[in-house]
Each structure stands twice: as structure tokens, then as C-alpha cells.
Design a protein around this ligand. Structure first.
Ligand SMILES: *Cc1c(COP(=O)(O)O)cnc(C)c1O
Length: 374
């Protein structure tokens, strides 16, 4: 049996170990320290736009903090893209608020502007203005930023931009992670760069980052004794893991280039197969191509191909199952047009890591061609 080809595995650059060694030598084995500060500065200078970054233990933690900063609480409704990973929606539930799911459009697979506006109007008509909107750049493809943010600002609803999959993507030359009132990044092991586990909360308002930091470090009031006037969390990133992040930031541009070149290689090798269609970048959209995905012509083809690849020891995965179809969220209000469900049925993600060898990429291409007998 050929060795396993993974969907997306960690890819170290070389200097991560040096930053970790520094943490050990200086005994900064703590949830704060020079690597955390350095990593935050690296993220800020990469994103530009006057961004302020707070490094935390995960992307999910950053979303949870972000919703708290927007005062989301019990009784509130928060709109969330239905087609996403559950971590986009779960923190809404942690706070006792109700997620309202909205379906996708076909051009970027993200939030449909028409349906978003319809949902907002309907919620307002039912007596409740949504407290926030969680938007997602799925698989690294930016959502329709102008349209979505235009609607959100018309109804004066803040956006939490879930950029967990889109570090390095941009829309009209502005980086993803800089569009929301609050934005979040993830450095989980499968993302474009990783700290083994980690995330960041990004805003342009330093007081929001200060409040995030306060909540992420157990909400200790500024007194010598341990005095608490709010409930805190233990969400800060460790200085050891931030060292991995600093090394990874040095190679981020290379990682984006490699993921994009994987996409282009797959696209040019497989575009002749008429049962497959790829998600192309609309003009002025740049995707980091975190995962290369395509649609097949039917659920049966998708499943057949997935099983065939698994037999060849090649990992592949259906596109995210929409939240409105998840048992835990089935009862939530949802504004649906069928797009996310169709994408879920027909779509497949294929191995996309920046550390795939030419030989591995060719094995994937050959296996797909074999399946379609071309
Ligand atoms: C990975 C991911 C998250 C969560 O990030 P973690 O760091 O794993 O907690 C949130 N949203 C999306 C869209 C993701 O892909």
C-alpha cells in the first residue's frame, strides 16, 4: 500500500525550533512573553490596515471572545453562514444566544447577499434585530465583501469575520482578516500555517483588544489581590506555541504560493474531466487556496470518488455539512436556497498541503483520472 496522503498537514519552515528554544532558554514557558508579543506584531504588520492582534488558544476562543465584545448574550440572535465548520456557530450557543443560519451563493460558496438581507428584514419584522453577523471565507475564498458589508452597515449590524481558513487571501487587494468589526484567525494544525493549536482576534479598536485580553486572562481586575468583577476565561496563547507561530509567519507567503500552485496544477490536469467543476476566483478576489475543492456531477459520483481515493490511501473530504442540516442546529431558524446543500452533496476537498511532494500530487491526479477513466 502506498503511504497515506493527507488533506492538509502541518508544514514547518525551520525557524520555529529556534523561537521555541529561546522560550526554553529564557524560561518563558508561560501564556505570555516575547514570542506572543512578537507573533502578534508579525500578524499586525502582515495584515496592515491598522490591525491589532490578540493571540489566543484557538480560533474558536477568538470567536467566543469576539461575540462577547459585541455584547452578545442570552435572548440575542446572531446570523451565521450555514455553510461552514461548526466552530463558526458554536460560540453563539456558548453565550445562550440563537444562531440564525443563512445559505450561500454559487460564485464564492459563501453568504448570499440577497438571502442575508431577506433574513435581516424578516428577523426585524419578527421583533428582533440580529446582534451580529458571522461571515466566513470558506476554503480561503473571500465572500462578497462589498455586498455583505454594505448590507450589514445599512442595518447597523456588526460583522465578526471568520477568517480561520483565509489568512493570506484578499479582496480588492485588502487582506482577509481586516474587514470585520472583529475578525478571527485560526492556527489549528490543519490550517495554512499553524501553532499546533491557536488563534487570534483582530480589530482596529485597541480598546476591544484590551478587553479581549482581559477576558482571555481570567478577567483579573487591576488590583494586587485577585479581584473579579466579570467572568473570565483561560484563552491566552502560550509563549512556546507563539514561537512556532513566529517561525510560520516567516514562511507564510511561500505557503500561500504553494497552496495556490497545488490548485493550479490540479485544475490544469483535471479540467478536461467534464464531471468536475472548480471554484474559480472572481475578478479582484484572491484565495489562499487553503483546500482545493471541486464539484462533481452528483452525490453518487462524489461518494464513489471519495471511496476510490480512500482505497488508494488518499484522504479527501466532502465540503462542510451545512449547519442547518446538523442535528444540533436543526431547530434554528434558517434562510435557505438549496445552494449549500447541493455543494455539500456534490463537492469534494482533495489533498492540498503545502508540503505535498510532486510525486504525491501526481498520485492524486492519476487516481482521479483513473476513477473517471481518462
Ligand atoms: C478551523 C476553523 C475554526 C476554528 O478554529 P480553531 O482554531 O480550530 O478553534 C473556525 N471557523 C472555521 C471556518 C474554521 O475552519
Amino acid at each position: 500500500m502506498n503511504p497515506k496522503i493527507w488533506l492538509s498537514s502541518p508544514h514547518m519552515g525551520g525557524n520555529e525550533q529556534r523561537y521555541i528554544d529561546e522560550a526554553f532558554k529564557s524560561n518563558w514557558i508561560a501564556p505570555l512573553g516575547p514570542n506572543v508579543t512578537g507573533f502578534e506584531a508579525d500578524i499586525e504588520s502582515y495584515l496592515g490596515q491598522n490591525s491589532h492582534a490578540t493571540a489566543v488558544s484557538s480560533g474558536t476562543a477568538a470567536l467566543h471572545l469576539g461575540l462577547m465584545l459585541l455584547n452578545v448574550g442570552p435572548e440575542d440572535e446572531v446570523i451565521c453562514q450555514s455553510k461552514t465548520f461548526a466552530a463558526s456557530a458554536n460560540p453563539i450557543t456558548y453565550l445562550g444566544a440563537s444562531p440564525i443560519f443563512v445559505d450561500s451563493e454559487t460564485e464564492t460558496w459563501n453568504l448570499s447577499p440577497e438571502l442575508l438581507e431577506e433574513a435581516i428584514k424578516d428577523r426585524i419584522a419578527k421583533g428582533k434585530r440580529p446582534k451580529a453577523i458571522v461571515t466566513v471565507h470558506l476554503y480561503g475564498m473571500p465572500y462578497m465583501v462589498n455586498e455583505i458589508h454594505g448590507i450589514a452597515s445599512r442595518y447597523e449590524i456588526p460583522i465578526i469575520e471568520d477568517s480561520a481558513e483565509a489568512l493570506g487571501s484578499s479582496y480588492q487587494n485588502q487582506k482577509c482578516g481586516t474587514f470585520g468589526t472583529i475578525s478571527i484567525l485560526s492556527f489549528n494544525g490543519n490550517k495554512i500555517i499553524t501553532t499546533s493549536g491557536g488563534g487570534a482576534l483582530i480589530s482596529k479598536t485597541p480598546s476591544l483588544n484590551e478587553k479581549a485580553l482581559f477576558l482571555a486572562t481570567q478577567a483579573r481586575d487591576n488590583t494586587p489581590e485577585y479581584h473579579h468583577t466579570s467572568i473570565g476565561y483561560n484563552y491566552r496563547m502560550s509563549n512556546v506555541l507563539a514561537g512556532i507561530g513566529r517561525g510560520q509567519m516567516e514562511v507564510l507567503e511561500e505557503r500561500i504560493a504553494l497552496r495556490r500552485s497545488n490548485y493550479h496544477l490540479y485544475h490544469s490536469a483535471l479540467k478536461g474531466i467534464n464531471q468536475l467543476s472548480f471554484l474559480e476566483e472572481p475578478t479582484s478576489y484572491l484565495s489562499n487556496r487553503w483546500l482545493t475543492c471541486f464539484l462533481t456531477d452528483s452525490e453518487a459520483t462524489r461518494e464513489g470518488l471519495r471511496m476510490y481515493l480512500a482505497e488508494q490511501n488518499i484522504e479527501s473530504r466532502p465540503l462542510w455539512k451545512p449547519m442547518h442540516l446538523q442535528p444540533v442546529y436543526q431547530k434554528c431558524p434558517a434562510y435557505i436556497n438549496g445552494v449549500s446543500e447541493d455543494l455539500f452533496k456534490r463537492g469534494l476537498c482533495i489533498p492540498s498541503g503545502s508540503n505535498l511532494t510532486e510525486n504525491e500530487l501526481n498520485r492524486v491526479i492519476l487516481a482521479i483520472k483513473m476513477y473517471f477513466r481518462v
